[in-house]
Design a binder for this molecule. Structure first.
Ligand SMILES: *Cc1c(COP(=O)(O)O)cnc(C)c1O
Length: 394
């Protein structure tokens, strides 16, 4: 394995690889190439909805919900407008007293913090594990008090949080568990005595079908999932203006629907989800192999209790700032992202005067590389070659 490149050699190789047309248009997530491969089926599905003119709650919506519940092995899938709505509806369904505390990771996307604030609930941020990036189950218990009602783990970047431990803690303290499963559909978790799919272990789980998610539509979409019949009924009512009979509103709800067109697209894409996941794993394996032995780069850790579906391929960098690498990659036409640059408790909107050491360190060390279902060998080589050259030239 080369650990260093002479500059001329590097530039030459760069030029060679740049002549490959595939390399020129690297996206963080290439949705266009994927669409081209499934275009006939997707276009037919959209046409069917247009011909039926069943734009709201058409037959494709319940069809997709049934298919997804079969795929996940969960009794109820209630589609809604997006993943943030899904979190809001799930928490509303629990009917929690004002000020109830929700334990959730400090290193994550802002949706949970936002929804808690909107609902008058208190997000209590726990630190995460340095290797998996997921909520540290050891840190949960010390945050539990009489106001705690929910543990809300986020299965970040494609890997399940430590659900065996989290469910054990929740059961012991009589707490609800809501899984934010926006990033990890299809990941499998080793629970006591069985494998369970992400989003089926807690009392409720939420999904996002944002285009770049592993199961993404071509607009906004989301869902709440549960095995609990009563919770399912409440979720369904809340997503539909708090009514189960039209014009009779029993509880306060919202208007949050999955478009029929998006549902029809998702039915097509769900058929390919396992294949897409395998492609993501192939990209991850190629990245891993290329970065082996590079001391500035730590490749994604795989937890013993979860499979990885690689929503993101996230490196930890040693001795070099992620933003610096990001800028240098950008100059070579390679996009990359820092998920997430600022802890949730340091956001102006959700500020809490705490410090979570692992979260703080991760915000300053992580960098996610392009990931998707249609990356060429040349693209992957160009990305890994350039990344290695940048961290070595620092
Ligand atoms: C994408 C995402 C959401 C929000 O989903 P939207 O559909 O964009 O509202 C929530 N949580 C996590 C972890 C996400 O990645």
């Amino acid at each position: 394995m080369q650990s260093c490149y002479a500059f001329d050699e590097y530039e030459l190789s760069l030029r060679a690889v740049k002549t490959d047309t595939n390399v020129k248009t690297i996206q963080m997530t290439d949705l266009r190439t994927q669409y081209q491969k499934i275009r006939v089926e997707v276009d037919a599905a959209i046409s069917e909805v247009l011909n039926e003119a069943s734009f709201i709650n058409g037959p494709s919506v319940s069809k997709f919900a049934t298919e997804l519940s079969d795929y996940m092995g969960i009794r109820y899938v209630i589609p809604c407008g997006n993943g943030t709505d899904a979190l809001q509806i799930a928490l509303m369904a629990l009917d929690l007293p004002a000020g109830s505390e929700i334990i959730t990771p400090g290193f994550s996307y802002a949706a949970v913090a936002e929804v808690c604030a909107l609902l008058g609930l208190k997000a209590v941020f726990a630190d995460v594990e340095s290797d998996t990036f997921n909520i540290d189950a050891q840190k949960i218990e010390e945050l539990i008090n009489p106001a705690t009602r929910v543990i809300l783990p986020v299965h970040l970047f494609g890997q399940c949080a430590n659900m065996p431990k989290i469910m054990e803690i929740a059961n012991r303290h009589n707490l609800y568990v809501v899984e934010d499963n926006a990033q990890s559909v299809g990941a499998m978790c080793l629970m006591p005595g069985q494998m369970a799919m992400s989003g089926t272990m807690g009392h409720l789980s939420t999904m996002s079908f944002f285009p770049s998610k592993n199961l993404g539509c071509y607009g906004d979409g989301g869902a709440v999932c549960t095995n609990d019949e009563q919770l399912a009924a409440r979720v369904k009512m809340i997503a539909n203006h708090g009514q189960s009979v039209k014009y009779y509103h029993e509880i306060i709800g919202v208007n949050s629907r999955l478009d029929t067109i998006q549902a029809a697209i998702l039915s097509v894409k769900l058929k390919y989800l396992n294949e897409f996941t395998e492609e993501r794993r192939r990209v991850a394996a190629a990245y891993d192999a290329a970065f082996e032995g590079i001391e500035e780069i730590e490749i994604p850790f795989r937890a013993s209790y979860s499979t990885h579906v690689f929503h993101q391929y996230t490196l930890k960098l040693r001795g070099i700032e992620p933003e610096q690498v990001q800028q240098s990659l950008k100059e070579k036409g390679i996009p990359s992202m820092v998920y997430y640059p600022l802890p949730l408790y340091k956001q102006k909107a959700y500020f809490v005067p705490i410090e979570l050491p692992v979260t703080e360190t991760l915000c300053k060390t992580v960098l996610s590389l392009p990931m998707g279902t249609d990356m060429s060998k040349e693209q992957i080589e160009f990305i890994t070659f350039t990344t290695k050259a940048i961290v070595k030239q620092k």
